[in-house]
Design a protein around this ligand. Structure first.
Ligand code: SAH
Length: 353
């Protein structure tokens, strides 16, 4: 597989362009074209010879859309294909204040969470920073027309969540580079405050991330209130205790001044009775955090069941009464199916890739 130019920062791209004997301003033209989601050969401001030279070394386009589904509520689900034929999925959610894109950071995942489809086939490979960025570049390009013509806004995607397939902190260096490039001035320029990174709780990497001083929203997938129950659905719980996760979150708050978030997927008979609400309140009360409750998206290969709406709202009510800041995540795009990894898993099953 060839390298991709989207992996390079502006400074690195400039260096590359100069090393090929081209003028400095060509780097700007190239960067602008790439940030508009264009393939190298589609950038009209560059000479054919220069583009051919670049294509000897780099993929013309790192990613393409294999399948796209649009929900009745406007949510879009994508199956992307990389140059080596690997597939990942992404979701675009349309809100009044802008578009939020859910991106994948790995092909597959090795964390083994029992409720998650991304992990069914294990980890295939890490995505590079540019491969992650390309998911956004492509979706932005498809929605060029949606961007208001006036004002400084030049892109459709205003918010990003690293909640697609993969564990972002298991691909730390590439994810960090992605964060730097996606927030860089002159590029897609998404504010770090509009980016949420979700982790299953790899504690040492949470500290490392806090030390980077990037003011993004840190979200931890908790899904249980004690280590033993957590380990039943999340193997990572055997490596790091909830108490260690909470300490790392406090550190994150101290370093960045940002409150942190917990995701709590409601699993019938497992984590959403009154005793769990009480335990969650004891664990988190008074901390600068917010709890996002998620209804389990049932995965056919797994036996875990979702709660009904009534039980979900009752659980939310108990948390609020106990003084926690909490919300029950609205279910969007349900008609186009799919928890993390489901689209890829069903495509692979159907097509035997
Ligand atoms: N690896 C990261 C990002 C994964 S996905 C993490 O663990 O946080 C984002 C969220 O979706 C996580 O909270 C994850 O636990 C949750 N999730 C995964 N599969 C799910 C399912 N089938 N139903 C509901 N939530 C799910």
């Amino acid at each position: 597989m060839k390298k991709i130019l989207q992996d390079l920062s502006y400074a690195e791209l400039e260096e590359k362009v100069l090393s090929l004997g081209e003028k400095k301003f060509r780097a700007k033209q190239l960067y602008e074209g790439l940030m508009q989601g264009k393939a190298i050969t589609a950038i009209t401001s560059l000479s054919k010879a220069f583009k051919e030279r670049l294509c000897e070394e780099y993929e013309d386009a790192p990613i393409r859309i294999k399948e796209k589904y649009v929900s009745l509520d406007g949510t879009e689900k994508y199956l992307f294909e990389y140059a080596d034929g690997n597939l990942v999925e992404g979701v675009l959610m349309k809100y009044k204040y802008g578009y939020t894109q859910c991106v994948s950071t790995q092909i597959g995942c090795r964390m083994g969470c029992k409720f998650c489809a991304s992990t069914l086939g294990g980890l295939v490979r890490n995505l590079t920073s540019g491969e992650i960025l390309s998911q956004i570049l492509l979706v932005n390009a498809l929605h060029k027309e949606d961007v208001p013509k006036q004002g400084a806004q030049t892109r459709a995607v205003t918010n990003v969540v690293l909640m697609g397939s993969g564990e972002p902190l298991d691909n730390y260096d590439e994810v960090l580079k992605f964060l730097k490039n996606v927030t860089a001035d002159g590029g897609v320029c998404i504010s770090a405050r509009n980016i949420s990174l979700s982790t299953c709780g790899i504690v040492p990497k949470m500290y490392r991330l806090a030390d980077e001083g990037i003011p993004l929203n840190l979200t931890v997938s908790l899904h249980a209130t004690d280590d033993e129950s957590r380990a039943r659905t999340m193997p990572i719980a055997k490596a790091y205790k909830i108490s260690e996760i909470l300490k790392a979150c406090e550190y994150y708050f101290k370093k960045t001044g940002r409150r942190y978030y917990f995701e709590y997927t409601l699993i019938e008979g497992e984590n959403c009775d009154e005793e769990h609400a009480r335990a969650l309140i004891d664990l988190l009360k008074g901390k600068p955090c917010h709890v996002n409750l998620i209804r389990l998206n049932e995965v056919k290969e797994r036996t875990l069941k979702s709660t009904d709406d009534k039980a979900a709202y009752r659980f939310l009510g108990m948390l609020e009464k106990g003084g926690l800041s909490a919300t029950l995540r609205r279910q969007i795009g349900v008609d186009i199916g799919g928890a993390c990894g489901q689209l890829r898993a069903s495509y692979i099953e159907k097509n035997g890739v």
